[in-house]
Design a protein around this ligand. Structure first.
Ligand SMILES: CC(C)(COP(=O)(O)OP(=O)(O)OC[C@H]1O[C@@H](n2cnc3c(N)ncnc32)[C@H](O)[C@@H]1OP(=O)(O)O)[C@@H](O)C(=O)NCCC(=O)NCCS
Length: 189
């Protein structure tokens, strides 16, 4: 974790805007609570109550304030939140970071994940002192790895039994994208 609060920019994609989470975004958190996977992978509550949704939003803004990572609501062209995306530094700060994302069940298959991931990726690649962005995606999750490939990530391999989800070990594809500087340095002796 960084010692200082992060400053959260607003990022513009082709159709989405990545911006801070607001209390008025609770409907999409409650929508995500109905998803079978999202509450298992994230801190989205598995109950769709308003107080729990507001507490989730409060936690996102705290993550930025504490320097844990850049956490955005994904907003559509009407500025309505449709999902979530965040960038987290490995071991606190520095050369490696991972990205996680979800789109509310009622807002899928409209290109939001692909647009949000491409937008956050191109901004992150310019961050000082970053070499590598990573995504972990279960092989069955075609929507997620298609979004990754559209944003220029390469599949590096299969991490077997990488993470327990719902008590079961799950395989993950490891996707990564390197900064230009890391690519250049990688090629030199
Ligand atoms: C995975 C997820 C983020 C995709 O969000 P989305 O906004 O529906 O994705 P997009 O509309 O941007 O689609 C991206 C690509 O995947 C395809 N796709 C999306 N969902 C798909 C599905 N269920 N099956 C097959 N392809 C799918 C789209 O057609 C598109 O491909 P194309 O442009 O080549 O046609 C969303 O389903 C989700 O939040 N799932 C639960 C949480 C999760 O899995 N998060 C990611 C963890 S790694």
């Amino acid at each position: 974790m960084n010692a200082v609060p992060l400053h959260l920019p607003t990022l513009r994609g082709e159709h989405v805007r990545l911006r801070e989470w607001r209390q008025s975004d609770s409907a999409i958190v409650r929508d995500a609570s109905h998803d079978p996977l999202i509450p298992l992978l994230t801190t989205v509550p598995d109950t769709a109550g308003e107080p729990e949704a507001l507490a989730f939003i409060e936690r996102q803004n705290h993550r930025v304030a504490s320097g844990a990572g850049y956490v955005f609501a994904i907003a559509n062209e009407d500025d309505r939140a449709v999902g979530h995306i965040g960038l987290f530094f490995a071991n606190g700060a520095g050369a490696r970071a991972s990205i996680g994302y979800w789109i509310g069940p009622s807002e899928r298959r409209r290109g939001y994940a692909a647009d949000a991931l491409a937008t956050l990726t191109s901004w992150s690649l310019k961050l000082h002192d970053l070499d590598r962005l990573e995504l972990y995606v279960e092989p069955w999750n075609v929507g997620s790895w298609r979004a990754a490939e559209k944003a220029g990530y390469e599949r590096e391999g299969l991490l077997r039994a990488w993470e327990r989800i719902d008590g079961r070990p799950r395989d993950m594809y490891m996707y990564a994208r390197l900064t230009d500087r890391a690519r250049t340095d990688e090629a030199s002796p």
